[in-house]
Design a protein around this ligand. Structure first.
Ligand SMILES: [Fe+2]
Length: 74
């Protein structure tokens, strides 16, 4: 279950799609130097997405699930 990390992951996915598109445009236009910089940023966005996924499975959502359970036990 990825509840709390979903909005940040959506943002990362939009960024990945955007930078991926920009890399393609830069290559088509022959701006390989720009494409290389954009590819670095694209890799950073993919890494951020993996970190958010890892956090969701290992911490954030487990904490949220625990809070939900304790909230119902008054
Ligand atoms: Fe990002």
């Amino acid at each position: 279950m990825q509840v709390l990390s979903q909005p940040p992951k959506k943002i990362e996915h939009y960024e990945i799609a955007s930078y991926g598109t920009l890399v393609a445009f830069a290559k088509i236009l022959g701006h390989d130097d720009v494409a290389a910089l954009l590819e670095e940023t694209l890799a950073e966005e993919k890494d951020a997405d993996l970190k958010l996924t890892d956090a969701a499975y290992n911490s954030i959502n487990l904490d949220a699930a625990g809070e939900d359970e304790s909230a119902g036990q008054a």
